[in-house]
Write a protein that binds this ligand. Structure first.
Ligand SMILES: C[S@@+](CC[C@H](N)C(=O)[O-])C[C@H]1O[C@@H](n2cnc3c(N)ncnc32)[C@H](O)[C@@H]1O
Length: 362
């Protein structure tokens, strides 16, 4: 089966490296195809190991670091005729899937400047595509949440990828992108990273349990205060550690203590609930520091951002996760690392380090 994976444009190689790893762990063999620098990658997979109890599983977008969204039973359609793109696309879909009912038709475009220029075209093309699907024998079954959505993602006017997504496995956001509103009072755009991490890497139960009643937090590398802003909004008492200044508006809340110190030397007087860290530093150094906080039981959970200026980013993130397990003394039966390149992350990924939920699943 062919899958189409959406990632941040420019991160196609990391997406492929991770896809090999993820599919292999489910007993799938496969080869990738990168469709230019659009953030769109195909993975042609075959389950090769029937003995693997997980071989019938299909991966969830939420479990990937560099993949935002996954299309299943996908196909690539090239040389679309300008006079009638829709019929060729519908015919291609007839061949790539046996499903004939769909709950929604989604027209998409790459998350690039050239891609966004296709937005208007997609809007206008929607009725023609819907009609072509009907003519080819597909039925729109709008209320049926078990039916797949049909996605057509135009790479340009002549080439597209298309496939299906199911609600239970795919991202809840269009093209896997949560669009968050920038709060005007926040001192930096980085604020959206922490907001998105809370939204996408925590369960609803965890948000209720860990974010609603306030608590204590330390923000390492906090200046000018975009992350601290999110914590104060959720009623945390925050200690911000950074030689840089914190925004006056945040200091005025009375809920913030600013320490002009080196984060690698700072030690809290008493343990805190939450540690957050967004320092521009080598990922391995950050992981060592954060693992020490857990080893010394100075925090219960953490949200950290790792900067990835190097080429082999997937390998680096894997190495950091391994180092965390080794250095923190924590184990996977009780604790979890959730890692994602968020939409608001650039050359970086965000990790939530948290005790395993007792029952709820994401
Ligand atoms: C990307 S900025 C943080 C932005 C912040 N999270 C926000 O939302 O406004 C990185 C910060 O890390 C701080 N930093 C880097 N190394 C540090 C260290 N060793 N100790 C304390 N702060 C450090 C820098 O001064 C800089 O303010």
């Amino acid at each position: 089966m062919r899958f189409v994976l959406y990632c941040r444009p420019g991160f196609e190689k990391d997406c492929v490296a991770e896809a090999h790893d993820q599919f292999a762990s489910l007993g799938w063999d496969g080869y990738p195809e990168i469709h230019g620098e659009h953030g769109i990658v195909s993975y042609n997979g075959t389950p090769f190991d029937p003995e693997n109890p997980r071989s019938s599983e299909i991966p969830y977008a939420a479990n990937f670091i560099f993949t935002r969204h996954i299309l299943e039973q996908a196909t690539v359609v090239k040389e679309l005729p300008a006079a009638d793109r829709a019929t060729k696309l519908a015919e291609a879909l007839l061949k790539s899937t046996k499903f004939r009912n769909f709950r929604e038709l989604v027209l998409e475009f790459p998350d690039t400047n050239e891609g966004r220029a296709l937005a208007n075209f997609c809007k206008k093309f929607h009725p023609a595509m819907g009609n072509a699907l009907k003519r080819s024998g597909f039925t729109l079954d709008r209320g049926n949440h078990n039916a797949p959505a049909v996605h057509v993602c135009f790479l340009d006017y002549e080439n597209a990828v298309m496939g299906l997504s199911w609600k239970k496995r795919s991202s809840p956001w269009r093209s896997g992108i949560p669009r968050l509103k920038f709060p005007e009072e926040a001192p930096s755009r980085s604020t959206l990273k922490l907001d998105e991490a809370f939204l996408t890497l925590l369960t609803e139960e965890e948000r209720n349990e860990r974010l609603q009643g306030g608590g204590t937090a330390v923000d390492l590398g906090a200046s000018p205060g975009g992350w601290t802003y999110q914590l104060l909004e959720r009623s945390f008492f925050v200690t911000a550690v950074d030689n840089g200044k914190m925004a006056e508006s945040l200091m005025a809340t009375g809920m913030l203590d600013h320490k002009s110190e080196d984060a690698f030397k700072f030690k809290p007087k008493t343990p805190v609930d939450l540690l957050v860290c967004d320092m521009v530093e080598k990922p391995q150094r950050v992981i060592e520091l954060v693992a020490r906080w857990f080893k010394e039981q100075q925090c219960t959970w953490a949200v950290i951002n790792l900067k990835l200026p190097m080429k082999k980013r997937f390998a680096e993130v894997e190495a950091c996760q391994l180092a965390f397990w080794e250095l923190s003394g924590l184990t996977e039966d009780k604790f979890e690392i959730r890692c994602k390149q968020l939409y608001h992350d650039r050359d970086e990924v965000t990790l939530v380090l948290i005790p395993k939920p007792k029952k709820a699943k994401r």
